[in-house]
Design a protein around this ligand. Structure first.
Ligand SMILES: [Zn+2]
Length: 194
């Protein structure tokens, strides 16, 4: 099976499961418009959950030591992301702000977004997603501080249940100087526009 696109082969049990779900929802999986839906849904879920095949720490393996004496906050702001809640498998759509205070070395800025997506493309709860990103940067870059703030809306809340569109949930994790030093925390939150 080497070289074969894993999504090209969809096991019968996966198709059957999606057909069962369509039937359970109240529709007929054999009607024309739905015939190819199990294959599409199966493919889409592999993509939504591509993070299981990713090791986010790897994105932080390559660091740059020549930073010209730069010793201020590095911030990637307003990074859009999508995830799925593990309770309803419903979309979580939001923005992340990721900052760290380097100790001697930095990473390519796009790598912070890769860490985010590596964890977001799984079944998640927003609190854990926030913590995993912060911990990954903390453990691998060993910076002086890490700050992660995530704002997201959860389709399981906006499209079902209490049906409150527009409501967003905010989570944050502060480590190192951003946790211990009030001034540093205020500075990073101001840079994030919060
Ligand atoms: Zn949910």
């Amino acid at each position: 099976m080497v070289g074969l696109d894993p999504v090209a082969v969809i096991p019968d049990e996966v198709r059957d499961a999606i057909r069962t779900l369509i039937r359970w929802a109240g529709d007929d999986p054999d009607r024309e418009g739905l015939l190819d839906t199990p294959r599409r849904v199966a493919k889409a879920w592999k993509e939504y959950c591509a993070g299981y095949g990713d090791d986010p720490a790897q994105h932080l393996a390559r660091v740059f030591e020549e930073v010209g004496g730069y010793d201020e906050i590095v911030l990637l702001r307003d990074i859009p992301f999508q995830s799925h809640c593990e309770h309803h498998m419903a979309p979580i759509i939001g923005k992340a702000h990721i900052a760290y205070l380097p100790r001697n070395h930095v990473v390519g800025i796009s790598k912070l977004a890769r860490v985010l997506h590596g964890y977001a493309r799984r079944l998640q709860v927003q609190e854990r997603l926030t913590a995993q990103i912060a911990d990954c940067i903390w453990d691998n870059l060993k910076p002086l501080g890490v700050a992660v703030v995530i704002e997201a809306s959860h389709a399981c809340m906006t499209a079902r249940g209490v049906r409150t569109p527009g409501v967003a949930m905010t989570t944050s994790r502060m480590m190192g100087v951003f946790r211990e030093d009030e001034r540093s925390r205020r500075e990073v939150l101001a840079l994030m526009g919060r």
